[in-house]
Ligand binder design. Sequence first.
Ligand code: G
Ligand code: G
Ligand code: MN
Ligand code: NA
Length: 250
Amino acid sequence: QTLKADLGRAMQNSEFELAFQPIIDLGSNQVRSFEALLRWRHPGQGCISPETFIALAEETGLIIPLGEWVLHRACAAAAIWRKGIRVAVNLSSGQFQSSDLPEAVADALAKTGLAPDMLELEITESVLLQHSETNLQTLKRLRELGVRIALDDFGTGYSSLSYLQRFPFNRIKVDRSFVMELPGHEESEVIVRAITDLGRSLGMAVTAEGVETRQQLDALRARGCDEAQGYFFSKPIAVEEIDGCLTRLE
Ligand code: G
Ligand code: G
Ligand code: MN
Ligand code: NA
C-alpha cells in the first residue's frame, strides 16, 4: 500500500530510469537493437523490478503516463544511435488496451524524430488473449505507423497458433525458460527448433532470450535462431554505457 503511494510520486521525483540490453544478430554478430527495460530507483528500497510495480501502475492508472515516458525516452535514446540500431519497448496490457496507444507512439516518434521502423513494440501472448478483436485493430493501427511488433515470452502464455496467423508480428521472442535448458534437454531443443521453424515459415524473425552460455548460443545458432539476447552478451546497461558496449561486442 505504501509502495502504491510511493509510485504516485515516483514520476515527479524522477525515480524511473531505463536500462538497455543489446540484441545480437547471430548471422553477422552485430548488435541489431537494444531492449529498453524500466527501472524504479526507490529512495528507501533501492531498485524495484517492473514485475513488482507494473501491476500497481495499472491499478492506479499511472501506467499510461509512465508508458508514454518510456516510449519517449526510448525513442529519444535510439534517435542518436548508430544508423540501423533499433530500440524495443515493452507494452503492458493496460497500455495496449488504451485507445490512445497508437497516438502516443506516433507522438513519441514525431517528437524524437526516430524513424518508425527503428521502434519495435513487445507484447506478450496474455495481452492478446484478453481482448482479441480490438487488439487486432490496435496492432493494425500500430503497423500502419510503420513500427514493428514482437510477440514476447513466446511459449509461456496461453499460446494459440491462431494468433500467429491473425496478427502481423515481425518477431517472436522465445522465452528464456526454454533457452535455459539448452543444450542437452531434449524437450527444450525440440521446442526451440519448432518455434524457429514456425517463425521462419511465417516470415517472422526469431530472437532467443536469456542466453547465458556459449553452449546455449551454439545450440540456438544450430537451430537457425536469428538473434539472441542475454547475460552472455551483456546485462541491461545504462544509456551512457551503450557506446562502450557496442565497441566491446563488435
Ligand atoms: O529487466 P527485467 O527484470 O527487469 O524485466 C522484468 C519484466 O518487466 C519483463 O517481463 C519485462 O518485459 C517487463 N518490463 C520491463 N520494462 C518494462 C516497461 O517499460 N514496460 C512494461 N510494461 N514492462 C516492462
Ligand atoms: O519478459 P521480458 O523478456 O521483457 O524480460 C526481460 C527480462 O529478462 C529482464 O528482467 C531482464 O533483466 C532479464 N534477462 C535478460 N537477460 C537475461 C539472462 O541472460 N538471464 C536471466 N536470468 N535473465 C535475463
Ligand atoms: Mn521483453
Ligand atoms: Na521475455
